[in-house]
Design a protein around this ligand. Structure first.
Ligand SMILES: Cc1ncc(COP(=O)(O)O)c(C=O)c1O
Length: 396
């Protein structure tokens, strides 16, 4: 968008970026006729991403939700097993846990919006079979205590790295921590294939199992179309993988641009009344990746995030609310997972409840240019000044 037409411009919450070389790679699929999941780009994309994450195997699939479904099923999480996960996450994380008959056991969030790993130990029982770690918005989960715990107890880890492609934790790439790790390539992710996902692991038997689950549980040892088990058609097309290959070769640039956008927002919004901005580093000095630029409406402001987002929509600034906690999801209410359960430390999720109501994120797409970030920040500051002054002024 040119600098001239910005005053009337609308800013969507996401604008994906294409680097140029994707076009030829996708055109090549059409020219050669390789468009389905059988095409060569799928294997290339898998190999390239596996190597980026230091994993032995990568299994491309239809989306990040599908990747999580495959992970849960491949680790044989089933009836009666307990799976610890954050309440504050996207519903994709819990879907197959519940469908497969396992019991979701929730932990609250910490100040980084990630799961509060200190609560995990309190939730352990002899039935605990896995922990799902979901790196959320800005920083990786504090993996060190999680890894120590699972080693001690022999439980499995699923790492959802959908939002942290290109992020590091303990000096290692996100996507390298889980018995199975997963990713999404939705257009708001650091690399996109339109829709798409990846399962990453090291164990060859797990990789084979994930490949089967992705492809209807066809069994290579059996006559075609004879099945011992039910799987899904969660395959990725060659067209998507070709796009992914083009995107993946620019991952470092994408991550560094995200950080530039994030830091520019912070510079421009510093001191903005009524808004709490995300820090650039966490307590372990890991850098915010700014997958999105997530903010909180300060407690002293009378209205919540919904009201602020409405005002920003009127100013043509696109936003998204934060996730809604799993323990407050209507769909789970009749299932009774989160009622009457007395964990040590109580059954309450004050942080998840607060950030769900006070948090939202602002235009964060990779294609945003600096002058657009400046205009968005100007409009946000104006809206917040109006809100806070209608509140009768305010001090943080
Ligand atoms: C952390 C996380 N996990 C899983 C998903 C689901 O991915 P998909 O939309 O590709 O199914 C998302 C989507 O945004 C996500 O943010």
């Amino acid at each position: 968008m040119s600098a001239m037409d910005l005053s009337s411009a609308a800013f969507p919450v996401n604008t994906p970026k294409f680097w140029g070389d994707e076009k030829e790679l996708v055109a090549n699929c059409i020219e050669t006729g390789w468009i389905s999941s059988e095409g060569p780009a799928v294997k290339k994309f898998e190999a390239k991403l596996a190597s980026k994450c230091g994993r032995r195997h990568a299994i491309a699939c239809a989306n990040g939700t599908a990747a999580l479904d495959i992970a849960v099923k491949a680790l044989q999480l089933g009836k009666g097993d307990e799976v610890i996960l954050p309440s504050f996450c996207i519903i994709s994380v819990i879907t197959q846990v519940v469908r497969g008959g396992s019991v979701p056991v929730l932990v609250d969030s910490d100040s980084t919006f990630n799961m509060d790993v200190a609560q995990i130990r309190e939730r352990l029982t002899p039935r605990t079979k896995a922990i799902i770690c979901v790196h959320t918005y800005h920083f990786p989960v504090d993996m060190e205590p999680v890894l120590a715990l699972v080693k001690e107890r022999g439980i499995k880890v699923i790492e959802d790295a959908a939002e942290m492609i290109g992020q590091t934790c303990l000096g290692r790439p996100c996507g390298s921590f889980g018995d199975i790790s997963t990713m999404s390539f939705y257009p708001n992710k650091h690399i996109t294939t339109g829709e798409g996902g990846m399962v990453l692991c090291d164990a060859p038997d797990l990789a084979e199992r994930c490949q089967q689950l992705r492809n209807l549980c066809f069994d290579p040892k059996k006559r075609r179309f004879v099945h011992e088990e039910l799987g899904w058609n969660y395959r990725m097309t060659n067209l998507q993988a070709a796009l992914g290959l083009g995107q993946l070769s620019h991952l470092e640039e994408a991550v560094s641009r995200k950080r530039e956008i994030g830091r520019l927002y912070t510079k421009l919004l510093e001191g903005c009344p009524g808004l709490i901005l995300p820090p650039d580093k966490n307590q372990k000095s890991e850098s915010n990746i700014y997958w999105v630029y997530g903010v909180e409406v300060a407690p002293s402001v009378s209205c919540d995030a919904d009201a602020v987002m409405k005002r920003l929509a009127a100013a043509k600034v696109g936003t998204r609310p934060f996730f809604w906690p799993m323990h407050e999801q209507p769909v789970f209410e009749p299932m009774g997972f989160f009622k009457g359960v007395e964990w040590k430390g109580g059954q309450s999720f004050p942080v998840a409840e607060r950030i769900a109501r006070r948090g939202f994120y602002i235009p964060s797409g990779l294609a945003l240019e600096d002058h657009e970030v400046e205009e968005v920040a100007r409009r946000i500051r104006k809206v917040m000044e109006e809100i806070v002054s209608a509140d009768g002024g305010y001090s943080k």
